[in-house]
Ligand binder design. Structure first.
Ligand SMILES: Cc1ncc(COP(=O)(O)O)c(C=O)c1O
Length: 419
């Protein structure tokens, strides 16, 4: 089988066989508008390979029961598989202990958990929370709700025209009232990779905990939470070849233990009387009710799949895709790339002069190309860069250089249509 990109470094080229990988994704064989599907909406949701689909089927056909309290075979099996998946996630992000990995329904749910569990307990009137202009709405709105409830204040790190955080400004925002920092690892709209290790170290030197929204990083690069030394790290299964409805909150054990529960109910308790309830230990304290067991096991299979390919190989290959697309688009008259930071993942937001992003998306769809158009849940970014919306192509390791060509040809078709 052939290696699509001959410019890949030899160690990656030898292990990265994109055609073999594509063969494992049934959905990539689809035709859309009588054209082969070119799926470039991976930042919204990625596709699922057969081994993950098979794992879900195996769970549903031979392992399903409710977990934790059962003494029968199926319940014990499901519990063991669920906890095994937790350990896979622990290894995937190099967490120190499996009890530091909490299954949530996704990044949004994880951030809300931290807001309720940590924020409502430890952030008060006059305290300050630092966020950045690049944040997804899911790392803005929960903190605004908290700020409103507690009388706290949100301070925002600005960006430059390329879409990079202004780190001097970040450092200048700290004062004795600063109680929390929330920052995304990678921007979903622009692809910017933020210098989070440096930002975390700066915050820690002032005793401030940091939450990292890793929704756009965990699918595309190696994440090591111990090396980063972040206090919280979160991501969603559906963006990394796993199912919807599942995600992870990593938290340092010592912090999770001090936090209050987010949701109350079954499984998160040690004992309940009408006079007093005592809570379970972590991670169970934060997993009230029946969790999405199948999805959690599916996510375990997804990280097995990604790890077998290798996150470094994925990152290197996707960088080649990004460079190939960027190089071509930067020479196209009337096309402007929005988000030009030197450190980026394979996300290209752009505008085509005189054409509304919605029309670009609709015409590209007629070529079989799936991209996303709109504000990408980052309205402050759109406001800052003075664009109402963009068209965004976001790549995954199963995309090919030939698909980049189809996408570029599609943009030319759009331009011809509107001239
Ligand atoms: C950077 C970032 N944060 C958070 C989210 C929210 O993820 P979810 O909808 O899976 O909760 C997204 C989804 O696009 C994202 O890109």
């Amino acid at each position: 089988m052939k290696i699509i990109d001959s410019t890949l470094k030899p160690q990656f080229a030898s292990i990265f066989d994109v055609e073999a990988i594509r063969a494992e994704f049934p959905i990539l064989k689809l035709q859309v508008e009588n054209k082969p599907l070119v799926y470039l909406d991976n930042a919204a949701s990625s596709q699922m390979p057969q081994p993950v689909i098979d794992r879900l089927v195996r769970y549903q056909t031979s392992q399903h029961a409710n977990i934790n309290r059962g003494v029968h075979y199926l319940s014990e099996t499901a519990t063991a598989e669920y906890e095994d998946s937790r350990r896979k996630l622990q290894r995937f992000i190099n967490a120190g202990e499996d009890r530091e990995v909490i299954f949530t329904s996704g990044t949004t749910d994880s951030i809300n958990l931290v807001m309720h569990g940590y924020g409502r307990k430890f952030i008060g009137v006059g305290d300050e929370i630092i966020l950045t202009t690049l944040e997804h709405h899911s790392n803005i709105v929960p903190w605004q709700m908290l700020a409103e409830e507690k009388g706290a204040k949100i301070r925002v790190v600005p960006i430059n025209d390329a879409g990079e955080l202004l780190i001097d400004e970040y450092e200048g925002l700290f004062n004795e009232r600063t109680k929390f920092v929330g920052v995304l690892h990678v921007s979903n709209a622009l692809g910017t990779i933020n210098p989070i290790k440096q930002m975390i170290a700066f915050a820690h030197a002032r005793g401030v905990p940091v939450l990292i929204d890793g929704a756009q990083a965990a699918p595309h690069m190696r994440v090591d939470v111990q090396d980063l030394d972040c206090d919280f790290y979160t991501f969603s299964g559906h963006k990394m070849c796993g199912p919807t409805g599942i995600g992870i909150l990593y938290g340092k054990a010592e912090l999770l233990e001090r936090m209050q529960p987010f949701k109350g109910g079954g499984d998160m308790i040690m004992s309940v009387t009408f006079e007093k309830t005592t809570y379970n230990s972590i991670p169970h304290k934060f997993e009230a009710g029946t969790p999405p067991i199948a999805a959690a096991i599916g996510l375990g299979a997804a990280v097995d799949y990604l790890s077998a390919i290798g996150m470094d190989a994925i990152a290197a290959y996707e960088l080649e895709l990004l460079n190939y697309a960027t190089e071509q688009m930067s020479h196209m008259p009337g096309v402007r790339i929005i988000g030009t930071a030197p450190m980026k993942t394979a996300v290209v937001s752009f505008e085509v002069k005189g054409v509304h992003p919605h029309d670009i998306g609709t015409l590209l769809n007629q070529e079989g190309v799936a991209v996303r158009t709109g504000h990408h849940c980052v309205q402050p970014v759109m406001l800052r860069l003075k664009v109402p919306a963009t068209t965004r192509a976001s790549f995954a390791f199963y995309n090919t250089m030939a698909e980049v060509d189809t996408f570029i040809a599609g943009i030319r078709t759009v331009q011809k249509f509107f001239t």
